[in-house]
Design a protein around this ligand. Structure first.
Ligand code: HEM
Ligand code: CU
Length: 572
């Protein structure tokens, strides 16, 4: 292990004269770039635009649910009577769900942040296949374009799951939407292939498997799922399109097809896909926990292995979405048991994060505020999953607001919160500018509060029998629905304040040092923003969580190599 760092090789304030942002100019230099950092940023721009669109749909859904009966859908005059309101509502939640799942959460952390950070963390110049990376982004744009077309063509009403036989019978543009999702699948597969090959082949000299940062381990587990599960979705959607276009019976029983087969295929992808959403988030949290506790991450290998375990076990539990679809009790029991085992690696991570903080010197800088919010929200999201994993409790809870609350706790409360944490953490590296600390913390607080006010009441609604996907409800549910709508507004404000804070920093933020937070992974050894090839001098590879290597230096308002460094007891 190399231990000598060239004095001054990291810690300076001055950004590289020529960096990846200013080495070339113009629109074309961006959309045809092969630089993983620019591709990551373009992904981020796209994902955030879609997040805004999906967010507007969400707010419309919540406003419609302010009172029983027809509300805003009547005011907007798209739907004067109840049947029209129901149809319009179906389209609202479908577009919300489809945009958020396929265009926001799945690409958010891996394709945007991962693309930017993974090669740098490995000490590489770029990903293994830069052209494939660019193609992945162009496919993503095309998929997003298809969804916008679906919107312009009057919207889709199948729910994001495209369940047959309804998707075969509706007249809304199912083929366009599934084709969009099909193309987005390829985009996701390309990212996965790139990350796997990059991690195997482009690690800096001296970086053994157990010196890889945990964010990269998490992205690696994610990539395995992207590569192995996504093709199943692609084939399923292809079958659905062929059936719809040509009337060949595959899933629709009226043509001799089997709708339960559709559900098996769909969840064989979509359960692993929930780990595409959460594993990268967990990876971000591991980085934040170590850096802001100023302590070696606790249980490095356990966290790394648990990422891979979650990725593999995630393939064996899809049937827990189908307890009520007529699958045999034996199958249900087996799926239930395997689902419980997934809780083990998830809990391992949570306990390791807690032990990392224990006796650490925890600082509550903005990225850490998001990480703490994540811990709380993921605990609730994960634990409520256990009630759904148990057949006897899932039967009454299935298709109620309890499920809605559960998956939002994991997908939004955990994944989106971690994404914001990651953005605030790496923003100084990406742009060379510091986001405002105060507004960063305000964002975390608003998102945390708004989120709980929105979704906690939905657990209660669900246990009291409020079904999901209805615009109308019994008057006794009104109060809880109103809490939820108020929360959604707070959450929306929080998400907006966060975006404004980040964008403001690009133009007016104070210049960032190389290492503002004291991270020990390699991306903090290159300038902020990094040069085109990431490192001017080859990075020095060492234990990525040996926090004693860097100390705070007031002169640069950041961390510099520790002159009194002795390899710590934890180094391995
Ligand atoms: C930690 C352990 C977890 C367990 C034990 C678990 C369990 C379950 C179960 C049994 C269901 C089916 C409920 C039903 O439809 O009646 C479900 C639904 C769902 N879960 Fe989880 N889950 C876990 C984590 C996650 C994570 C991490 C995510 C996403 C990031 C997630 C996203 C979802 C979604 C999207 C649905 C509903 C899909 C739909 O019907 O539209 N879950 N979960
Ligand atoms: Cu599942």
């Amino acid at each position: 292990m190399a231990t000598v760092t060239k004095p001054g090789s990291y810690g300076a304030t001055a950004p590289a004269q020529v960096n990846y942002l200013n080495n070339s100019h113009g629109f074309l230099s961006w959309i045809f770039t092969l630089d993983h950092k620019r591709i990551g940023l373009m992904y981020l721009g796209g994902v955030m635009t879609m997040f805004l669109l999906g967010g507007i749909f969400a707010l419309l859904v919540r406003i419609e649910l302010w009172q029983p009966g027809v509300g805003i859908l009547g005011v907007l005059n798209t739907a004067a009577d109840t049947k029209a309101a129901a149809n319009a509502y179906n389209k609202l939640f479908t577009l919300h769900g489809a945009v958020m799942v396929f265009l926001v959460i799945i690409p958010s952390i891996p394709a945007a942040l991962g693309n930017f950070v993974l090669p740098i963390m490995l000490g590489a110049k770029d990903v293994a296949f830069p052209r494939l990376n660019l193609l992945s982004f162009h496919f993503w744009i095309f998929g997003a374009f298809m969804f916008v077309c679906v919107l312009l063509w009057g919207g889709l009403d199948t729910g994001w799951t495209f369940y047959a036989p309804y998707s075969q019978r509706t007249t809304t543009p199912v083929i366009a939407a599934t084709f969009g999702a099909f193309i987005l699948g390829f985009s996701s597969i390309f990212t996965g292939i790139n990350f796997i090959v990059t991690t195997h082949t482009l690690r800096a000299k001296g970086m053994g498997w157990f010196k890889i940062p945990l964010f990269v381990w998490a992205l690696y587990g994610t990539a395995v799922i992207q590569v192995l599960a996504t093709p199943v979705l692609a084939i399923t959607l292809l079958l659905l399109m062929v059936e719809k276009a040509m009337g060949i019976g595959v899933f629709d029983p009226s043509r001799g097809g089997d709708p339960v087969l559709y559900q098996h295929f769909f969840w064989f992808y979509s359960h692993p896909a929930v780990y595409i959403m959460i594993l990268p988030a967990m990876g971000v949290i591991s980085e934040l926990m170590a850096t802001f506790s100023r302590k070696h991450i606790f249980g490095y290998r356990l966290i790394a292995f648990s990422s891979v375990a979650i990725a593999l076990l995630g393939f064996l539990v899809w049937g827990h979405h189908m307890y009520t679809s007529g699958q045999s009790e034996l199958a249900g029991t087996i799926f239930s048991a395997i689902t419980f085992t997934i809780a083990i690696p998830s809990a391992i991570k949570v306990f390791n994060w807690l032990f990392t903080m224990y006796k650490g010197s925890v600082s509550f800088q903005s990225p850490m505020c998001f990480a703490l919010a994540f811990l709380f929200l993921f605990a609730i999201g994960g634990l409520t999953g256990l009630f759904l994993a148990t057949m006897s409790t899932d039967v009454p809870l299935h298709d109620t607001y309890f499920v809605v609350a559960h998956f939002h706790y994991v997908m939004v409360g955990s994944a989106i919160t971690a994404m914001y944490g990651g953005l605030f953490y790496w923003w100084p590296k990406i742009w060379g500018k510091m986001p405002n600390e105060f507004w960063g913390r305000v964002t975390a607080l608003l998102i945390f509060t708004g989120f709980n006010v929105t979704f906690f009441p939905q657990f209660i609604l669900g246990t009291r029998g409020m079904p999901r996907r209805y615009f109308n409800y019994l008057p006794e549910y009104t109060e809880l629905h109103q809490w939820s709508t108020v929360g959604a507004v707070i959450l929306g404000v929080g998400a907006g304040v966060g975006m404004v804070t980040l964008i403001y920093a690009i133009f007016r933020g104070k210049p960032a040092p190389m290492n503002p937070w004291g991270g020990a992974t390699l991306e903090w050894q290159c300038s902020s923003p990094p040069p085109l090839a990431n490192f001017d001098t080859p990075p020095v590879v060492h234990d990525p969580y040996d926090m004693q290597r860097v100390v705070y230096d007031a002169r640069v308002d950041g961390y510099v190599p520790n002159p009194n460094y002795k390899p710590s007891d934890f180094a391995h």
